[in-house]
Design a protein around this ligand. Structure first.
Ligand code: ADP
Ligand code: MG
Length: 696
């Protein structure tokens, strides 16, 4: 393999390529937009398009596409060849500045939550030059924002970019009040950790549930699960390792900093983490990480499952969203330094985040919700559905001091000495880790641990940026008016701690006691996606989004509809898949097996009338009993699904899918899984958990 530093970013139209190939004034103008957020000078687009096209063609590109992120949660692309006719039977290769800047896809077939009708189908994709173009599969991909003819954003990138601007503006205001005159821009820095499962393609192909829904809808537990803790960080199996190497290579060529890879807690579960970068780019990169994982797996005869809960009874997958605020001149505003108690800048940005998380817990909770994540949050494998913030001992001590007035000391970092002569003494971190917290301060960043593995990180980051911008803007309003800034800072810090310490929790988030305690503290415990969607239309949340021009009330209402629709559709597909598998596979297989048992029982009795056939007859009784149960629950599931599908109000419909259809699915599954344990392995109609989890 080529050295990583040589191949890194070879398929990206990155800074080095632009610097080398663009004229100086064009390069400078473009950089001003990328680095400083200045408006794009469209007159330079033609030159950039020409250079970009030549570069892409050298990389083997024949087509270009505006790459965008509609509300399906996936990426979308429509490919156009670079060709333009020139004379009879001839073409030239063309790509103009206009084509670079603006595309006009039909927007009517993407979710819009009623914002637009099919009769007004025009949509636009508009170039986002802050995320570099890249070549993938012989196509030049240009990251874009997707909006309707009338300007409503129909994607996840538009609001994200607006939230990044809002955060920057408000953070800079606060920095100026604190005497910082050099920083020009503040970026949210984001490092997502992506969990996923790998299964064998042959087994996968035999399971409609995996194919249609991404998770197993049936399946009795295998004799071994994750109880031995032997998979986490375990040695990589050769096939998995070969797959991971190809993933790394592909990502590095796309300029994506794939850094960490390891086996996760559950069998067949793994993780990949990239090095943090600015929020917009990190989001685009994570979309590509998910795409590359899926694509490369297939090349190895494997399938990558990004679903949050592919298997019952073992851990599911999430996406830890590491988030901090950094300036263009290299400061991390969440770096506590060695003496956080006297670092007013850190304390302001740190407590502002805590306040934002407390005030907008419902929005954050929503941003981490989808049908798959309902299986995880609060299920003792992932954080609870209650949002709280872990700060660790050192910072908790400082918050306590602030509550009483001002902070005057920092608990010292200790050393770790194992008293083995050959092993060095090391510095301990200021805080231990707390895996049970949904929102944990981990050294110099917050780690939001709730987001779902399959979903874009655009939404959680849009929410984080927006809500922190809101608190920073309140702080800036006060500091800009204050005659004594230091005294005002002290006042603000004390006030925030007093009002919002209820969200700080350093204990075990998995314990039942925490659920009770959180209720006493008045923290919301929003258990399901359906209920979480309400956050999108709550007045206080609408006003924060409108305040910064991130999303309008209408856009939020449409996203509320889309979220409910997406949920209802997901459960509907699951229910229909279950009905299909149960009626066409499980029931016929079980009936056939029972008949075989009955035949053998009769044969034995005929041959040896005194033979003991209690095993056969007990088995037949048990299996027929369960089959009858299965049949009843199948009928009930069908009825509930039909009823839910016919419900017209979006909220009522999603509610019916959650609290009626989903319940019936569980009953059906229970009967089927009980049957699986009794029926001959050879007679069972699809691969089992043992086949799926231990056969790669
Ligand atoms: P863990 O030990 O939590 O599994 P990983 O190494 O898997 O940690 O991932 C940590 C993630 O946090 C990486 O993506 C890393 O780049 C990111 N990260 C580190 N520092 C920051 C920071 N200041 N801001 C945002 N993300 C960060
Ligand atoms: Mg990790």
């Amino acid at each position: 393999m080529e050295r990583i530093d040589k191949m890194f970013g070879e398929n990206v139209f990155n800074d080095a390529v632009m610097k080398e190939r663009l004229t100086k004034p064009t390069y400078k103008a473009l950089k001003n937009t990328i680095d400083k957020g200045e408006p794009l000078d469209v007159s330079i687009a033609d030159e950039i398009a020409k250079v970009m096209k030549e570069w892409a063609i050298e990389k083997g590109a024949t087509h270009f596409t505006h790459w965008f992120q509609p509300l399906t949660g996936l990426t979308a692309e429509k490919h156009d060849a670079f060709i333009d006719p020139e004379g009879p039977g001839k073409v030239i290769l063309k790509f103009s500045g206009k084509e670079l800047i603006k595309g006009e896809p039909d927007a009517s077939s993407f979710p819009s939550g009623g914002l637009r009708a099919t009769c007004s189908a025009r949509g636009y994709t508009i170039w986002d030059c802050t995320s570099p173009a890249f070549v993938k599969d012989n196509t030049l991909c240009i990251p874009t924002v997707f909006c309707s003819y009338t300007g409503e954003v129909l994607d996840t990138k538009g609001p994200l970019l607006r939230s990044v601007d809002a955060l920057s503006k408000e953070a800079i205001r606060v920095l100026r009040c604190l005497g910082n005159t050099t920083s020009q821009k503040v970026f949210p820095n984001v490092g997502p950790e992506q969990e996923y499962f790998i299964v064998d393609k042959k087994s996968y192909d035999e399971r409609e549930d995996l194919i249609f829904t991404g998770r197993t809808l049936f399946g009795a537990p295998s004799p071994k699960g994750q109880e031995l803790d032997d998979h986490y960080f375990g040695v990589l199996k050769e096939r998995v390792s070969a797959f991971m190497k190809d993933v790394d290579k592909e990502l590095w060529a796309l300029g994506i900093t794939a850094k960490t890879k390891h086996n996760e807690v559950a069998p067949a579960q793994h993780e990949i983490a990239t090095i943090y970068t600015s929020g917009n780019l990190a989001t685009d990169n994570n979309q590509l990480v998910m795409e590359v994982l899926k694509k490369i797996a297939l090349r190895h005869g494997l399938v990558c499952l990004l679903h949050e809960k592919p298997f019952a009874g073992i851990n599911g997958s999430g996406k830890h969203n590491n988030w901090s605020m950094g300036t263009d001149d290299g400061l991390n505003l969440l770096d506590p330094t060695d003496t956080p108690h006297s670092n007013k800048q850190f304390l302001l940005f740190f407590t502002a985040t805590i306040k934002a998380v407390d005030k907008y817990a419902d929005l954050l909770r929503f941003s981490a919700s989808n049908a798959g994540n309902d299986h995880r949050l609060g299920a003792n494998e992932a954080p609870p559905a209650i949002i709280s913030v872990f700060v660790g001992d050192q910072l908790e001590d400082i918050l306590e001091q602030l509550e009483k007035g001002s902070a005057t000391s920092t608990k010292g970092n200790s050393k770790l000495d194992l008293a083995i002569s050959t092993i060095p003494t090391v510095e301990k971190d200021a805080t231990d880790r707390n895996r049970t917290s949904p929102f944990a301060f981990t050294g110099n960043k917050f780690e939001f641990r709730m987001p779902p593995s399959s979903k874009s990180v655009a939404e959680p980051n849009t929410v984080l940026n927006a809500i922190v911008a809101d608190v920073l803007s309140e702080i800036a309003d006060r500091l800009e008016k204050a005659s004594n800034v230091d005294a005002e800072v002290e006042k603000i810090l004390t006030e925030i701690v007093k009002e919002h310490k209820k969200v700080v929790f350093n204990g075990n988030g998995y314990a039942d006691a925490w659920v009770e305690e959180a209720e006493k503290r008045g923290l919301p415990n929003i258990k399901t996606t359906v209920e979480a969607t309400k956050a999108l239309i709550a007045d206080k949340n609408v006003s924060v989004f409108e305040k910064f021009g991130i999303l309008t009330k209408e856009e939020l209402e449409s996203r509320y509809e889309v979220a409910l629709e997406n949920y209802a559709k997901a459960i509907n597909i699951e229910a229909l898949t279950m009905i299909d598998m149960a009626s066409k596979k499980i029931v016929p297989a079980v009936i056939k097996y029972t008949a075989e048992l009955a035949n053998s029982l009769n044969a034995i009795k005929a041959a040896v009338p005194s033979a003991d056939v209690t095993t056969e007859s007990e088995l037949i009784t048990k299996i027929s009993g369960l089959t009858a149960k299965l049949n009843i629950s199948l009928r009930e599931l069908k009825a509930s699904t039909e009823k839910a599908a016919a419900t017209t109000d979006a909220y009522d419909q999603a509610y019916a899918y959650k609290f009626d259809v989903f319940e019936k699915m569980s009953v059906l599954r229970e009967a089927a899984d009980a049957l699986e344990v009794l029926v001959d392995k050879k007679a069972w109609p699809f691969p089992t958990y043992s086949d799926l989890l231990f056969n790669v």
